[in-house]
Write a protein that binds this ligand. Structure first.
Ligand code: GLP
Length: 248
């Protein structure tokens, strides 16, 4: 695991965007695995800025998102479809046909999961997967206890995760109780992974990930120790409890 410490949230975005921009320049039809949440926002902002200033093109890029809530329509401002349009896709030149996000309104959710797995295979796999991390170490929506062997699946969200995400909704009750998420197996099949973390609320999770090398289902992000090409970009607050001198 390669760790890049940065100062703050904006530095995190600049640094992470450089990885994505470099990949897209080298491989214009790259498959990007994208994430939602607050953490990637500064990265998407930096990509938009670069697109405007330097003209980096996403005409041939394909994107697959990690997850989506079950039961929210695409135009619901809390859906991850809406988030991605608002934060990135509406501001770059990626064609709609190249954008893939699980459909949380599918009538057969199991079939939707299988379709998503097939789709990723048909695209040739993910070149670079962007990840945030939950306070409990979840990646995508793979909550503690999830097997590392599962592919895309439907999950029951933990109360902790629903509370953490309730800030975007009017009430906790409105936060969906289920989501579709790529599994840890999908994530580990990506050719490279960029894990982003910012702020003091991630300090515990980063300490657990980086001070220890123990791989356990109880802490889903620990699965990343099994992958050969993971870069962690994290800011000072997120790294405040990490011993950078003797990290895992
Ligand atoms: C959600 C998303 C995850 C994300 C996590 C952290 O649960 N499904 O993909 O990494 O939240 O979110 P944030 O970046 O807002 O802290």
């Amino acid at each position: 695991m390669h760790i890049i410490p940065v100062k703050d949230f904006n530095d995190l975005g600049r640094k992470a965007s450089q990885f994505i921009i470099q990949l897209v320049r080298e491989k214009p039809d790259a498959v990007l695995g994208l994430a939602t949440g607050s953490t990637p926002k500064s990265t998407y902002k930096a990509l938009i800025q670069d697109h405007r200033l330097n003209g980096t093109s996403y005409q041939h890029v394909r994107t697959v998102n990690l997850d989506e809530y079950v039961g929210l329509a695409k135009d619901n401002p809390n859906s991850y479809h809406y988030f991605m349009r608002d934060q990135l896709f509406n501001h770059i030149d990626i064609p709609d046909r190249n954008i893939y996000i699980p459909n949380g309104l599918a009538s057969d959710l199991e079939e939707e999961c299988r379709r998503y797995d097939r789709l990723i295979t048909e695209l040739g796999g993910v070149d670079l997967q962007i990840l945030g991390i939950g306070r409990n170490g979840h990646i995508g929506f793979n909550e503690p206890g999830t097997s590392f062997e599962v592919m895309t699946h439907v999950v029951d969200l933990t109360l902790d995760t629903r509370k953490a995400n309730a800030r975007f909704f009017n009430t906790l009750e409105e936060v969906p109780k289920q989501a579709i998420t790529m599994g840890i197996k999908n994530i580990l099949q990506s050719r490279s992974i960029l894990l982003l973390a910012s702020g003091p609320s991630k300090a515990d999770a980063m300490a657990r990930l980086l001070n220890e090398s123990k791989i356990t289902n109880a802490f889903p992000a620990s699965s990343l120790h099994q992958h050969r090409n993971v870069t962690v970009i994290a800011d000072e607050d997120a790294l405040s409890m990490v011993y950078l001198g003797r990290r895992a």
